[in-house]
Design a protein around this ligand. Structure first.
Ligand code: IYR
Length: 227
C-alpha cells in the first residue's frame, strides 16, 4: 500500500485503524455508552486546583473535532486568574439577574425549576478553570478576511468533544450560557472576528454536590430506523 498519494494535487496519507470483531464492537459501544451516561452537568464545583497540563490536553482533544473545511474556527480561553474570574462572575451575574427577573418567559422559568438554577453564579469564581469558548466567524490572516464554514456546527462539535474529555479525565463541567455574553469579549480582550459561544467552568465536583434526578430519553424516543 502506498503511504501517500496526490489527490487534486494535495498530499493524502493512507488511513487505517483497528477494526474490532462484532462482539468486541458491541462490548466497546455498550461500555462507552455506560461511561458517557454517567456524565452529568455539575454546578457544585470545588475550588481544588486542577493542573494546567490537564486543561491543555482537554483542549487538544476538543480541537480534534471535525470542522467545516478543517478551519478549526475556535479559540479556547483558559482562565485561572482569580481577578479575571471575579470580573466574569460579576458581569455574568449582572446579565443573569436581568434575565431571571425581566427577560425570560414564565414558561422558561418553569422549565428551569427542576434544574434549580438562578441568577447567582458562584462557580464562575470558585471553579479552578473557566473555559470561555469563542467561535471565529471568520479568520484574519495578515489583516485579510478568510471565510469559515459551518461555524456553529463545528464549534458545537468541539464543545461536545471537550465535555467528553472532561468526563474522561474524572473532572466535571458546566455548560453555562450567560445571555447576552458580549462582556466576555471585553473582559478577555478578544479580537473582532471572535464571538463568545459557551462558558464552561471545569473542576472537581464538590464533596457535597447534588444534581437533579434527570432521566434520559430511551432509544425509541430519540431514534427512528429506516431499514
Ligand atoms: N442562561 C441561564 C439560564 C439557563 C437556561 C437554560 I435553557 C438552562 O438549561 C440552564 C440555565 C443560566 O445559565 O442560568
Amino acid at each position: 500500500m502506498e503511504e501517500t498519494k496526490l489527490i487534486n494535487g494535495f498530499p493524502h496519507i493512507h488511513f487505517s485503524r483497528d477494526i474490532f470483531s462484532k462482539t468486541e464492537m458491541l462490548e466497546r459501544s455498550r461500555s462507552y455508552f455506560e461511561w458517557m451516561n454517567k456524565r452529568r452537568t455539575v454546578r457544585d464545583i470545588s475550588n481544588r486546583p486542577v493542573p494546567k497540563e490537564v486543561i491543555e490536553q482537554l483542549v487538544m482533544t476538543a480541537s480534534t473535532a471535525p470542522s467545516g473545511a478543517h478551519k478549526q474556527p475556535w479559540t479556547f480561553c483558559l482562565v485561572s486568574n482569580p481577578k479575571i474570574k471575579r470580573k466574569i462572575r460579576e458581569a455574568a451575574e449582572e446579565e443573569e439577574y436581568r434575565s431571571y427577573h425581566d427577560r425570560m418567559s414564565q414558561e422558561w422559568l418553569d422549565d428551569l425549576k427542576a434544574i434549580g438554577t438562578d441568577w447567582r453564579k458562584p462557580f464562575l469564581e470558585f471553579a479552578p478553570w473557566l473555559i470561555a469558548v469563542f467561535k471565529k466567524v471568520y479568520d484574519l490572516e495578515n489583516g485579510n478576511r478568510r471565510t469559515n464554514y459551518y461555524v456553529n456546527e463545528s464549534i458545537g462539535l468541539a464543545c461536545g468533544f471537550l465535555l467528553a474529555a472532561v468526563h474522561q479525565s474524572g473532572l466535571v463541567a458546566l455548560t453555562h450560557t450567560p445571555s447576552p455574553m458580549n462582556f466576555l469579549s471585553e473582559v478577555l480582550k478578544r479580537p473582532e472576528n471572535e464571538r463568545p459561544f459557551l462558558l464552561i467552568p471545569v473542576g472537581y465536583p464538590d464533596e457535597e454536590a447534588y444534581v437533579p434526578d434527570l432521566k434520559r430519553k430511551p432509544l425509541a424516543e430519540v431514534a427512528v430506523f429506516y431499514e
